[in-house]
Ligand binder design. Structure first.
Ligand code: FES
Length: 278
């Protein structure tokens, strides 16, 4: 991992985003204007480069930016899956590369959103990796409700979240939203892509007046790639009691170096996606 990937030159950008979204109320979807980044992508590989993604906002700690959202859809039986666009061949810098990319909710949603922290080399991030794209429970979920009702590999159903308006686990306030942790596009793969989702009334309400959230969430469920943009740990929403010490009891907290992300504040973020290995 290069230094530029660990510490993208974004301090100026973050101030700009803060200025746009202010107190980061939900649906305060900031829109970036022109900005510059001085990190360049010079490693060989497929895709990568300057990428603008929607992300849950980083609100405290050393992380340089938010974690990218995974748009979701809920099938006819209520099972929740991440959207993986059709694979396209596009030309970038005179080179043809394969990308899973589509127009969604007024933006370009692309597999490049997830190309950081080494995830760019995971099998599941290969645009052509065969997957049904359902989120699945892992072997050691951090929530009691999941430990009691899910086995490894089980899919999540919207009915798993029926008590989302009241759920709590003693960390922070109850009733904000019900979380689940799992993985995506990782069956039979060596590396597991960690995801987290929350079903929340806040998301439901915000999606009513926001084109992006309306397209990328469903029935109050929002999901994101759960890889801290600082040094790539796996954070958690209400998974660590000590999060309260750092203002993260009602947010997503990374216990490695105390970064906090607000899952109810979605912002656009610009970063340099790493190329996938060829
Ligand atoms: S805060 Fe450092 S890895 Fe998350």
């Amino acid at each position: 991992m290069s230094e530029s990937d660990k510490y993208p030159a974004e301090s100026g950008r973050r101030r700009f985003v803060k200025g746009v979204v202010g107190g980061a109320t939900l649906a305060g979807v900031g829109v970036l204007g022109t900005t510059s980044i001085n990190a360049t992508t010079n490693a060989s590989g497929a895709g990568g480069g300057s990428t603008q993604a929607y992300a849950i906002e980083n609100v405290a700690g050393p992380a340089p930016r938010g974690m990218p959202q995974i748009p979701i859809e809920i099938d006819d039986e209520g099972y929740i899956r991440g959207v993986w666009p059709e694979v396209q061949t596009v030309e970038q810098n005179g080179v043809e590369v394969q990308l899973a990319q589509t127009q969604l909710g007024g933006t370009t949603y692309s597999s490049e959103w997830f190309q950081y922290c080494g995830v760019e080399s995971y099998e599941g991030l290969d645009p052509t990796y065969e997957s049904d794209n359902y989120f699945r429970s892992g072997s050691a979920p951090p929530y009691a409700w999941q430990q009691e009702s899910k086995s490894e590999g089980d899919r999540f159903n919207i009915s798993d979240f029926d008590d989302y308006e009241t759920w709590g686990n003693g960390i922070g306030e109850a009733g904000i939203g019900k979380p689940a942790a799992g993985n995506w596009r990782s069956q039979d793969a060596e590396d597991v892509i960690p995801v987290q989702m929350i079903r929340s009334e806040r998301i439901e309400e915000a999606a009513q007046n926001n084109e992006w959230l309306n397209a990328s969430t469903s029935q109050g469920v929002i999901a994101w790639l759960n890889k801290c943009t600082h040094f790539c740990c796996v954070p958690g929403y209400k998974t660590t009691g000590s999060s309260a010490t750092f203002g993260g009891a009602n947010a997503v907290y990374c216990q490695c170096h105390q970064s906090v992300y607000d899952p109810f504040s979605v912002v656009q973020t610009l970063f340099v996606a790493r190329p996938r290995p060829e």
